[in-house]
Design a protein around this ligand. Sequence first.
Ligand code: FE2
Ligand code: FE2
Length: 204
Amino acid sequence: MADNKQVVKHGDISQRVGVEVIRARGVDVDNLIKMLIANAGAEFASTYYYYTILRMHLAGHEDYKEICEDARLEDRAHWELIVPRIYELGGELPNDLKAFHDGAGCVAAKLPDPPTAVNILTLLLESERCAIRSWIAICDITFGKDPRTYDMASRILNEEIEHEAWFIELLAHERDGKIVPSGHFRRGTPGEAPYSKNAHFYNP
Ligand SMILES: [Fe+2]
Ligand SMILES: [Fe+2]
């Protein structure tokens, strides 16, 4: 089918066959780029940055701190994984950090007042839920059409779903005294990112 819709001319460096082929399969590339930038903003600004502060305030709960750190570093891995794809598709990051932050697809995970473990874990849980919704939306619009973006988004989604399960487990324990197993143990090393791993996978 793509053979009938070839638009990139021989030697043309102004357009990309990598974009032509996914557009020919029905991907709205401009919209995809916008969604990826919003998701990158959520990973980098709404979560990675603010999770740093949240983790600090889980002082006294070494187990919660470690799980928060896994989620924090894995969100950084998600940011690193997806940014090159934005540029491959012909997009670019806003050259203004404030604009980037303000365009993020999830609200900033700002330190709650009071910064109790229950309030922090609730915020972490809801942040992960936003991430799941955001990444499955990318999976939905790329499935069967853009295998490369789909592969990246589904790797990230795998970890976001684990993150939600971790914070359900911790919040259930801390707030309700209930046992709601996540089904997982902690990562081997902090922020290991088994699905989205950028070291050894894509980025240096
Ligand atoms: Fe993430
Ligand atoms: Fe996450």
